[in-house]
Design a protein around this ligand. Structure first.
Ligand SMILES: NC(=O)c1ccc[n+]([C@@H]2O[C@H](COP(=O)([O-])OP(=O)(O)OC[C@H]3O[C@@H](n4cnc5c(N)ncnc54)[C@H](OP(=O)(O)O)[C@@H]3O)[C@@H](O)[C@H]2O)c1
Length: 272
């Protein structure tokens, strides 16, 4: 059993509520504050953020944005564990504020949905000071270094993979839907295909590291042609073509840069 701590949670939204409940489940002494007054079983409610700071050794924040959070912070906080999503620069600015005000600072991001909090499936990526406070109550903490911005950078990078894959899936569902194919019919194929694509990432990553893009599998030229066909087909079938057009533009710029005969990994030469 971990050491019992006095913890205050600012923000009792979907995620903040799950975090506070997990802390209660671990036996911590929990005080909560929410803009719209709310109660949570097993916790005390603070009338103001200041009251929540007074009550705690550790303050966990989980508000909608850094902009909402920043004006609420106070040098009366002893240790701040920020779990509000933001950009690396916002995390670094909060780290500078914390250092100037004698506040210990941990910046974390939650790679899970509220229902997973408190299970081993919830990864909590964090950076800044090494944490020895409360993150274990939420899932598996993974430290990413002293630079406070690294957790946010990893968060956005991983979410970028998610948004791209999900948007690609929705594009496919819409395209097939024009001919009456249902998501139920198509989704098993998409899942199998995505799993096969995932297996290719380690090799692709190595290619980007060494910047060697020789291929006997699939060259940029053939993918530019394929993306042109996808964008044209989207337009012909009457669905939005912005996503395939954007991908076509990206791959075409790699082709124009001389990577036509190279592997898909060479597209990174345009991106970076
Ligand atoms: N939900 C997820 O699956 C998930 C996953 C990973 C990370 N996160 C991150 O967790 C954070 C919270 O997300 P959520 O899903 O819990 O959002 P949410 O359910 O919309 O809750 C937002 C929280 O922010 C508070 N808030 C909003 N504007 C405020 C203001 N001007 N002043 C004071 N408090 C304010 C809300 O208070 P009121 O109740 O008064 O509106 C509420 O407590 C976000 O940064 C999000 O990116 C969420």
């Amino acid at each position: 059993m971990a050491e019992i701590k006095k913890v205050s949670v600012l923000g009792l939204g979907r995620m903040g509520g799950a975090l506070a409940a997990a802390l209660v489940g671990e036996g911590h002494d929990v005080t909560v504050w929410n803009r719209t007054p709310k109660t949570l079983p097993g916790t005390k409610s603070a009338a103001t953020p200041g009251e929540a700071f007074e009550a705690a050794d550790v303050v966990v924040t989980c508000l909608s944005t850094h902009d909402v959070q920043q004006p609420l912070l106070s040098k009366n906080i002893k240790t701040l564990v920020n779990l509000t999503s933001g950009t690396p620069e916002q995390a670094r600015a909060t780290a500078r504020w914390a250092q100037d005000n004698g506040v210990e600072y941990v910046d974390g991001v939650i790679m899970a949905v509220p229902q997973q909090i408190g299970t081993p499936g919830a990864k909590i990526l964090y950076s800044g000071q090494r944490e020895h406070h409360v993150l274990h109550a939420f899932g598996e903490p993974v430290h990413l270094g002293e630079d406070a911005g690294m957790a946010a950078l990893h968060d956005l990078a991983l979410l970028g993979v998610m948004w791209s894959a999900f948007a690609g899936y929705l594009q496919a569902v819409a395209l097939l839907g024009t001919e009456g194919v249902t998501p139920q019919q198509f989704t098993p194929m998409a899942v199998e295909f995505l799993n096969e694509m995932g297996v290719l990432l380690p090799e692709m990553g190595e290619e980007t590291r060494h910047r060697v893009y020789e291929t006997d599998v699939s060259a940029v030229d053939i993918n530019v042609s394929g993306l042109r066909m996808l964008a044209d087909t989207a337009a012909q079938q009457g669905v939005d073509a912005a996503l395939p057009e954007a991908l076509h533009d990206l791959f075409r710029r790699a082709q124009q840069k001389g990577h036509g005969a190279h592997s898909i990994a060479s597209v990174i030469e345009v991106i970076r």
